[in-house]
Design a binder for this molecule. Structure first.
Ligand code: HEC
Length: 172
């Protein structure tokens, strides 16, 4: 009897440890980071909520087949290969292809700076295809600004602009 209890007890403990480990690395930005970004870029926050959150999640955690785009592990340097899993957000870094995609999938340049992110987003988002390019240039900049502040990138006080974007790194 006591052996059973011991085994059950340690099972419960290891389950708790596993759940704890998962909770420690959730996808997406923290609520606090989102609130901070909303304050710094209210326009970007509105655009994000309206045009992006339906697929990428309120905190950028990624919903169904859309990748996580804010927070730990998001915006990896090289594109993830969507053919290996239905949810690219779950793909390990070492499974990411070096900027190659299967035929028919868009490629993207490495994500190093805010300029790379803005170029990708303004050329490929928001989906579906019919909506691509539907935002004004300043709206694309505003949403990139919101995403990078929430992501923890060192965005200068004046925000990300066409003039400084190449000097604002995407935080890793
Ligand atoms: C209808 C769903 C949908 C909407 C709306 C949408 N996206 Fe996406 N987005 C996707 C999917 C799916 C991918 C993955 C495409 C791929 O990997 O080929 C993606 C990829 C991305 C990526 C690249 C992520 C990476 O790691 O390679 C970024 C950045 C991004 N979206 C930003 C945005 C922004 C900003 C908006 C709003 C202006 C937006 N998306 C709106 C579905 C969406």
């Amino acid at each position: 009897m006591s052996l059973v209890r011991l085994v059950l007890g340690s099972l419960t403990l290891s389950l708790a440890a596993t759940l704890g480990a998962c909770a420690a690395t959730p996808l997406g930005a923290t609520e606090a980071a989102i609130a901070g970004a909303q304050q710094k870029s209210p326009q970007g926050a509105d655009i994000y909520a309206r045009e992006c959150a339906g697929c990428h999640g309120k905190r950028g955690e990624g919903l169904s087949a859309s990748p996580n785009i804010i927070g730990a592990g998001a915006l990896p340097t090289y594109a993830r290969d969507p053919s290996t899993t239905g949810n690219v957000a779950l793909q390990a870094e070492n499974q990411q292809q070096q900027n190659l995609r299967p035929p028919g999938q868009q490629t993207r340049q490495p994500f190093k700076t805010a300029a790379d992110l803005e170029e990708f987003v303004s050329h490929w988002m928001p989906l579906p295809q019919s909506r691509v390019g539907s935002l004004k240039p300043e709206e694309y900049w505003a949403v990139v600004n919101f995403i990078l502040v929430a992501h923890g990138s060192p965005v200068p006080p004046e925000g990300v602009t066409p003039a400084n974007a190449a000097n604002v790194p995407i935080a890793r």
